[in-house]
Design a protein around this ligand. Structure first.
Ligand SMILES: C[S@@+](CC[C@H](N)C(=O)[O-])C[C@H]1O[C@@H](n2cnc3c(N)ncnc32)[C@H](O)[C@@H]1O
Length: 833
């Protein structure tokens, strides 16, 4: 901990504090300042490219040192916060895209200076890092050769390695003057150094291989250790006359031959070691001794082990074979196809040497170590087998269950059983109360399908269910995740609602009217045909009232039973087939249902719905428009009041009205993947997403769209309710006044002037004229009152006082006194006169 602190402090040197003080984004700024102090390239440059510029301290230095109106372009993998007088962008300097972007910024200009301070993530493998940094240098040099003007300057950072010399050689081919320097601000511990290359020669043709890292640093690439190649292709290996390779600091390495037999990676050992020895150290190695005595450990093997560096492919193979045999002897587990080179004949030799190994006690020892592993493996296998067995039994049960269901369905189709029996049976195996399991049957839509003769579909569906059941187990973990997602989604929705009033309103609407969907108009089938869906829900409401114990199940069950019950022909009165069937139950037998009353109530309700739907209210109409809903309401007169508010509905209505489409075709078209969606059990977030993005697209005509647009334009142009009411009140008042006037003038014309004697015609005319003038006066606009504001306090000072609208007059004590004084004086003067 203390050491770390010390290091951290050491890192924060004076340049760090200086950079902070001067407002540079990094201490690196001083490196460029010092380089420029020595070579003065910035003052003479009018166009500069900074490669690997983030966070931008070099750009800051360039911007403040270069002449005004210079063009400075900076690029880095990381984003750079804007710097005045510079253009920056994000990009990889090794790519063509970056080159094209620089070209876009420079247009026809050429750069006087290209600076590069790039550094990849330093810190993992030194050799590889230096290599990547040198690659970056080559990439920056490539860009420099493209954008530098003749005699231009290239400044780059290079990490010292054996490739620095190669880089320097390349620089010297391209620039007249190349100097290597390390500015004082560059830490001594850092391997970085800087090259300042001046006088760009701007060669007309440049061999691309010249700046290709593969060619430039060919040897570095070879330096990457490839033990497999060393072992399987040793002949191709170039011998290094200059000694051991970089990074190979241990001059000579060896290991006991027994280690080679035991290792999991023999290739690695053969590729990296110099020798495998059979030497007994200190207190002895039994395994090594046994190996030494094995008949397979021939003299040739020993010779090969003595110097691995001189071996060829054949010898390496031989050693690997020998290792396999030894492992077999010692009872190690063999990978079946670990080495294709292992010959099958090897096993035959195994028995011959058993005695030797046993004599040394090696076999016993090794076996003793391996056996527990085998036992464990065996146990695991057994457990796995048991698990497989169990799931097999479960699957079998499920299959049998599904077969039984299918049989039941067939029986029912042949009128051999009742739908309720199916429900009961289907529920029984699930262990729940069978009576309340009708929900499952309804969910699958089986009964409905049967009545329509779609048995085939059902059988397939049952099979699909079977497969789904099998997948169920795997889904358990998924379910848990799903639940977590659900709760996360809910809290997200809550947060969203807190912010968004519209979403809140939508949620409230959804809660108060769960049947209302966000979907667009689904055609006329639901509303126009017989209102099956709405009736079903009203049926459900009825049942809900009757049976509070099990609301949901009750509703579902009733729905199924009614659905399956044969309908007695056309619907009676206002009741749907389902509702009619429901009221046929015994408990309703004695009840007299007043259909007319019901009808009226129904119409009233529909009228309410019409009112609620906001046909006259532009606000709510707009809401409907946004939601994309379509309402079909019943007016009091009994005529349908179809409010077409979407372009789709308008197109459809037009097509129907002009006979371009028939009802039959419409019904056929309505049967799409959107019409029978089973949303049961789907997570809320998914449904929300679906309602937003997975909507049926219906064709619309331009005329229909224009008509709807016009309709809404007219709707929006209407004055709001309050204004209309105010106008109506005004008209009413005027009418009343006129009526009053008319009555009075009639009285005057006919009467005797309230018993005050008979009026002459002239008097009458005068009275009427007076009345009219009075009426006119009372109808005339009142003068806006002038608000009197007392100056002082909060109203002190110039300007309109706060909260005062319209005309106002400022008064204060002084003004009041002055006015009074003036009046008094005027009076006095008047008196004197
Ligand atoms: C030492 S910093 C440069 C500091 C900069 N000269 C300054 O004054 O602040 C090295 C930069 O090289 C960038 N870099 C490394 N590889 C790059 C690449 N291929 N293309 C662009 N930038 C790269 C890194 O994102 C990093 O910001």
């Amino acid at each position: 901990m203390a050491i770390q602190k010390k290091h951290a402090k050491a890192r924060l040197d004076k340049y760090y504090y200086l950079a902070k003080e001067k407002g540079y984004r990094a201490r690196a700024a001083f490196k460029l300042i010092q380089l420029n102090k020595k070579y003065s390239f910035l003052q003479q440059s009018k166009c500069l490219i900074d490669l690997c510029a983030a966070p931008g301290s070099w750009l800051q230095v360039a911007a403040e040192t270069m002449p005004v109106k210079s063009l400075i372009v900076g690029v880095d993998l990381a984003p750079i916060k804007p710097i005045p007088r510079t253009i920056t962008f994000q990009g990889d300097i090794t790519t063509d895209k970056c080159r094209a972007t620089i070209r876009g910024h420079l247009k026809t200009w050429k750069a006087d200076t290209v600076i590069h301070d790039g550094a990849p993530n330093v810190g993992t493998a030194w050799v590889q890092d230096a290599f990547s940094q040198n690659e970056l240098v080559l990439s920056s040099l490539k860009l420099a050769t493209e954008f530098l003007a003749p005699q231009g300057t290239f400044v780059t950072k290079v990490f010292r390695s054996k490739d620095s010399a190669k880089l320097e050689w390349i620089f010297k081919q391209l620039f007249a003057k190349v100097e290597q320097t390390k500015p004082p601000s560059s830490r001594n511990v850092s391997a970085e150094t800087f090259y300042v290359c001046r006088g760009f020669k701007a060669p007309k043709h440049l061999d691309p291989r010249f700046l290709d890292p593969k060619h430039a640093f060919a040897e570095v690439e070879e330096a990457a250790v490839n033990n497999e190649a060393r072992v399987f292709n040793p002949e191709k290996k170039k011998r290094k006359r200059e000694g051991y390779e970089e990074g190979d600091w241990t001059q000579f390495s060896e290991a006991a031959a027994s280690e080679f037999v035991q290792t999991q990676d023999p290739i690695q050992m053969l590729g990296s070691l110099n020798r495998l020895h059979f030497r007994q150290e200190g207190n002895g190695d039994i395994a090594l001794a046994a190996l030494d005595k094995l008949p397979e450990t021939t003299e040739e093997i020993r010779l090969c082990c003595a110097d691995l560096k001189v071996l060829g492919r054949k010898e390496f193979k031989m050693l690997l074979r020998w290792r396999l045999k030894a492992r077999e002897r010692f009872g190690f587990r063999q990978k079946k196809s670990s080495n294709p080179a292992a010959p099958s004949a090897e096993t035959t030799a195994a028995g011959a040497a058993d005695d030797t190994a046993a004599e040394n006690g090696i076999v016993g020892e090794e076996v003793a170590m391996v056996e527990p592993m085998d036992e464990e493996m065996r146990l695991q296998e057994e457990i796995q087998q048991m698990k497989d067995q169990q799931s097999k039994v479960k699957r079998k049960e499920r299959r049998r269950e599904n077969e039984r269901k299918q049989k039941e369905i067939t029986r029912m189709q042949m009128n051999m059983t009742t739908p309720s029996e199916i429900g009961i049976d289907a529920a029984a195996p699930m262990g729940g109360d069978a009576t309340f399991r009708l929900k499952d049957v309804e969910k699958a839509g089986i009964a409905r399908q049967i009545t329509r003769g779609r048995m085939h579909h059902e059988v397939e569906r049952a099979k699909a269910e079977e497969v789904a059941d099998e997948e169920e187990e795997e889904d358990e973990v998924g379910d848990e995740l799903e639940a977590q997602l659900d709760s996360l989604y809910e809290s997200y929705q809550e947060r969203k609602e807190d912010r968004d009033t519209k979403a809140r309103a939508k949620r409230v609407r959804k809660e108060t009217n769960p049947g209302e969907s966000d979907d667009e108009f689904e055609g006329f089938d639901k509303a126009a045909d017989e209102g099956a869906e709405t009736d079903a829900s009203s049926d459900a409401d009825l049942i809900e009232d009757n049976d509070d114990d099990d609301l949901e199940t009750g509703v579902e069950d009733a729905a199924l039973l009614n659905d399956l019950a044969p309908k007695d022909g056309p619907r009676q009165g206002a009741l749907s087939g389902r509702a009619a069937s429901f009221f046929q139950q015994d408990i309703f037998r004695d009840l007299e249902v007043d259909n007319d009353l019901d009808d009226e109530a129904h119409l009233d309700h529909e009228a309410d719905v019409g009112r609620d739907s906001g046909i006259d209210d532009p606000e709510s109409s707009k809401d409907d428009w946004e939601e994309g809903t379509q309402r079909v309401t019943e007016a009091k007169e009994g005529r349908p009041n179809i409010n077409i508010i979407t372009a789709e509905a308008m197109t459809l209505a037009h097509a129907l009205a002009t006979g371009q489409v028939t009802k039959q075709a419409l019904e056929d078209d309505a049967f799409t993947k959107f019409s029978h969606r089973d949303v049961d059990g789907l997570p809320e977030w998914f449904l929300d997403d679906e309602s937003k993005h997975s909507r049926q697209q219906r064709p619309i005509t331009a005329e229909a769209a224009a008509a709807i647009k016009e309709k809404f334009r007219a709707l929006n142009a209407r004055p709001i309710k309050k204004v209309r009411e105010a106008k109506a009140r005004k008209t009413l008042r005027a009418a009343r006044r006129l009526e009053k006037l008319r009555r009075k003038s009639e009285g005057l014309a006919e009467g005797d002037g309230d018993g005050m004697g008979v009026f002459s015609e002239k008097d009458k005319a005068g009275q009427i004229a007076k009345l009219m003038a009075k009426a006119k006066k009372s109808g005339a606009k009142r003068k806006p009152s002038v608000k009197v504001v007392v100056a002082g306090g909060a109203n002190k000072g110039a300007g309109r006082p706060r909260g005062v609208k319209g005309k106002y007059k400022m008064v204060d004590k002084r003004l009041k006194k002055d006015v009074r004084g003036e009046k008094r004086l005027a009076k006095k003067m008047k008196g004197k006169k």
